[in-house]
Design a protein around this ligand. Structure first.
Ligand SMILES: *Cc1c(COP(=O)(O)O)cnc(C)c1O
Length: 398
């Protein structure tokens, strides 16, 4: 398909994966709450087991029509409307990450993670994978560092795009070429990008993971995760989720499907407001440094220009007065709420040193590269003029 013929992202967000006319004529996907799906008689059961029945469901852990519909939409969005993609929804972003890695790895193998990853992904890599005899290297998010860490046993390269909290990007074309040469699988946690700003599978990445808790759900009212890719790999992960049990719940899937309808609209607003606020902060005398991929000062700006349709809704920055000044700002703003998470309609603000990395102490944080004064702002969909005025007033008071 040429780009002209492909459906656009907002059309896919609204209609992707959906039948034109549903059974029952409902315009929305019905919420099916069923733990099991009875058979009419044993002959039907036989036919089902032989794969002769057009009926996917058997028991709730193996499938649900509401969940299947949302998976189809997610596959359509991440595949840009190309056929051949499938998705598995799970209970959380971490369930998607851990189930995917456990499905693909066995003892004696090696995984390369990039350093600026979600805190619990790092914890899983370091303290759980080792229990199963899987070796791990955590390296700088750069192609050179990834290449240097390669071993004969390397099975997976896992990175985020953009990373949390410094919004770094790796040269994904380079990583994909390297991985194909060495017969290694690539996984990208693209939670921060969303399929609106980047679709790593189009670059040849094997699997994309999202915490649907963030932009895809978009309303801070659900937890979920998804892994998306082509064919066989995803089928193997689905098979395993049926055994490990980290499944999505149908009500959650319904909320996610509803949130997805407005994904493109919301992400456009997040992109626009965050870029404007990043520029504003960058020029403010009380701000020491800003990390936003579409600012020229960002170290991966050239990669951001190549890969990102928009910079996303997260802006990380540091005040001249460090941690204490940052706390005065976080406590001084009236619109963003002090909370972990990101990607919802409500703006959220936090200091990673006092949130996800509180337990690490200053030395632990330094070792992990988390700067004491760092502030992470997740820009919501409120009016830009109000966010701007609120931040400026709070900066004045710090
Ligand atoms: C939040 C997040 C996760 C974890 O997702 P949960 O839904 O909270 O389990 C993983 N990766 C990234 C980049 C995230 O932002």
């Amino acid at each position: 398909m040429s780009d002209e013929d492909k459906p656009g992202a907002s059309t896919l967000a609204v209609h992707g994966g959906e039948p034109h006319v549903r059974a029952g004529r409902s315009i929305t996907e019905p919420l099916v709450l069923a733990s099991t799906y009875p058979f009419a008689h044993t002959a039907e059961l036989h036919a089902f087991m032989q794969g002769e029945l057009d009926r996917p469901e058997e028991y709730g852990r193996y499938g649900n029509p509401t969940i299947a519909a949302v998976e189809a939409k997610l596959a359509a969005l991440e595949g840009g409307g190309e056929p051949g993609f499938s998705a598995v929804l799970m209970a959380s972003g971490m369930a998607a990450i851990t189930s995917t890695l456990l499905a693909m790895l066995r003892a004696g193998q090696h995984v390369i993670f990039t350093a600026d990853v979600y805190r619990k992904t790092r914890v899983f890599a370091q303290t759980y994978l080792s229990k199963f005899g899987v070796e791990v290297d955590i390296v700088e998010p750069s192609l050179a560092a990834i290449e240097a860490a390669l071993r004969a046993e390397t099975k997976i390269i896992f990175t985020e795009a953009p990373t949390n909290p410094y919004l770094r990007l790796v040269d994904l074309d380079g990583v994909v070429a390297l991985a194909r040469r060495e017969r290694i699988k690539t996984i990208v946690d693209a939670t921060f990008a969303t399929p609106i700003n980047m679709r790593p599978c189009e670059l040849g990445v094997d699997l994309v993971i999202h915490s649907t808790t963030k932009y895809l759900g978009g309303h801070n009212d659900l937890l979920g995760g998804v892994v998306i890719g082509r064919g066989g790999l995803v089928a193997a992960i689905r098979e395993q989720v049926g055994t490990l049990g980290a499944i999505c719940d149908p009500h959650n899937a319904y909320l996610l499907g509803r949130g997805l309808k407005t994904l493109a609209l919301r992400v456009e607003r997040h992109n626009r407001s965050a870029l404007a606020l990043a520029h504003m902060l960058d020029e403010h005398p009380k701000v020491a440094r800003v990390w936003y991929p579409l600012l020229e000062s960002h170290e991966d700006h050239a990669l951001a220009r190549r890969y990102l349709g928009g910079g996303g809704g997260v802006v990380s920055f540091e005040l001249v007065g460090g941690l204490e000044a940052g706390t005065r700002l976080v406590d001084g703003v009236r619109i963003p709420k002090l909370a972990p998470s990101l990607g919802g309609v409500e703006s959220l603000i936090e200091q990673p040193a006092l949130m996800s990395f509180y337990d690490q102490g200053p030395e632990g944080r330094a070792a992990l590269g988390i700067r004491e004064g760092l502030i992470r702002l997740s820009v919501g969909i409120e009016d830009l003029k109000d966010l701007r005025a609120d931040l400026l007033a709070a900066l004045d008071r710090t």
